[in-house]
Design a protein around this ligand. Structure first.
Ligand code: SF4
Length: 430
């Protein structure tokens, strides 16, 4: 059997680099001129209130623009870009398209922009899981998948197969983070329902400790392309320093679909993968006794046990977990916290011996509200929870969590890239 082809090219001029990547893997060979083509970039989220460093978090507009231009030049004119970004709480797809300059693709090439969150979804049987997939994705003749070269704190890497989780509705996304089956064994079913003809990994930036802006980005200047999504992901994972065998969802997808997670079973064209591999860590280190990030221990924080999130915590709570950690840090005044345990997600239950138990999010509240180990519950019941409510309830307990410290942290996150070469916001604007 011929090996799937994956091209890896250096990102220099966006147009030339994307074209070279497509040429090397015959990336457009699966498309026909009359095809209704959906391009699905990773535009997982944006923040219009606080500074948002997009590096390694969302696809660059430079790559998206180059891809659209090449498609049009090659005679593919029925193009739609679609995504269902995180609802905060309302959908922000159109605002994101505007921010990223996609309006120009509409004006110049007649591209249609769709925010799946505003469209209809169809419930599909994904091997026993009922997931609601955007009709636009189901009705496309072909899909071009544009993930970002990033790690993910729950799934190790977030590449082509994971990027298609963005075509399901909010409820289904939450369902993927359920307590009975790990996330990694649910979302790979989505791509099986879709006519993905090409995967183009935007590796202009790579992201450690992703998937959000609290991760740490690096300029990587890579483009990866393949008509075979698994093969593209195997190579993408390798470039991030992971063997695909270490990534549960890649192993699962390969088993189900007869592919291989061995990079030796891929024909790589272009750059030498080993030469461009650089390990990016995917997760935050926690203390051995699961009382908080190692950074808390180093600072001498005691009296506080923040249990490490698990894969049942969905993106809504995930995006707020780092703020929660920062806000606890803001309340640290060199004295022990008042014996607090903090729980999140759908499986963590209260331990005995704590005076206060923070239940972060509706799921944690529902699971623990009658738990006899709890002396005093501090429930932040929203779905996702509200940080201002968290601040207020903690302050009422004499714990001076301060949202403004988180705001300062966000400015720090944004500003830390300013002096670094290649961190150009112009790459995110057409
Ligand atoms: S409370 Fe959090 S983990 Fe639970 S469904 Fe809502 S966002 Fe997801």
């Amino acid at each position: 059997m011929p090996k799937p082809i994956v091209s890896v090219t250096q990102f220099e001029d966006a147009y030339q680099s994307v074209r070279q990547a497509l040429d090397l893997c015959q990336g457009l060979a699966g498309l026909e001129h009359g095809d209704k083509i959906l391009i699905k970039p990773n535009l997982v989220s944006w923040d219009f209130d606080l500074p948002f460093p997009p590096y390694g978090v969302v696809a660059t507009s430079a790559v998206m623009s180059a891809l659209v231009r090449i498609l049009v030049e090659e005679g593919f004119s029925n193009l739609t870009i679609g995504e269902a970004p995180l609802m905060v709480p309302k959908t922000i797809g159109r605002a994101m398209y505007k921010k990223l300059g996609y309006d120009k693709l509409v004006d110049k090439y007649g591209v249609k922009l769709v925010d799946f969150n505003e469209e209809k979804f169809e419930k599909m049987d994904c091997d026993g899981y009922a997931l609601s997939i955007a009709e636009t994705a189901l009705q496309a003749d072909k899909i071009i998948n544009v993930p970002v070269l990033k790690t993910h704190n729950q799934t190790k890497v977030s590449l082509g197969i994971k990027n298609l989780k963005g075509v399901i509705n909010r409820k289904s996304k939450m369902f993927c983070h359920n307590k009975d089956t790990d996330l990694s064994y649910i979302f790979p079913h989505i791509i099986e329902k879709l006519p993905v003809a090409l995967t183009l990994i935007d590796g202009v930036f790579g992201l450690a400790k992703g998937p959000g802006p609290t991760g740490s980005a690096e300029r990587r200047d890579l483009i990866v392309a393949s008509r075979d999504t698994l093969a593209a992901d195997v190579v993408g994972a390798a470039l991030l320093g992971y063997s695909a065998d270490q990534v549960d969802h890649l192993v699962y997808f390969a088993q189900r679909n007869g592919g291989s997670t061995d990079i030796n079973d891929v024909e790589v064209r272009g750059l030498d993968v080993a030469q461009y591999t650089k390990f990016l860590d995917y997760d935050w280190e926690w203390t051995k006794d699961n009382t908080g990030p190692v950074g808390y221990e180093k600072r001498g924080i005691t009296g506080l046990a923040v249990r490490k999130y698990d894969s049942t915590m969905c993106t809504g709570c995930s995006m707020l977990f780092n703020p929660l950690l920062i806000m606890f840090m803001s309340a640290f005044n060199e004295k022990p916290f008042p014996n607090i345990e903090v729980l999140s997600g759908k499986t963590q239950t209260a331990s005995p011996g704590y005076d206060n138990t923070v239940l972060f999010g509706k799921c944690s509240h529902d699971l623990n509200k009658d738990n006899p180990h709890i002396n005093k519950a501090i429930s932040i019941k929203g779905c996702p929870p509200d940080l201002m409510e968290f601040e207020r309830l903690m302050q009422a307990e004499g714990v001076a969590c301060n949202y403004n410290e988180y705001v300062k942290y966000r400015h720090y996150l944004f500003n830390r890239y300013k002096s670094e070469q290649g961190f150009d916001l112009g790459l995110f604007k057409i």
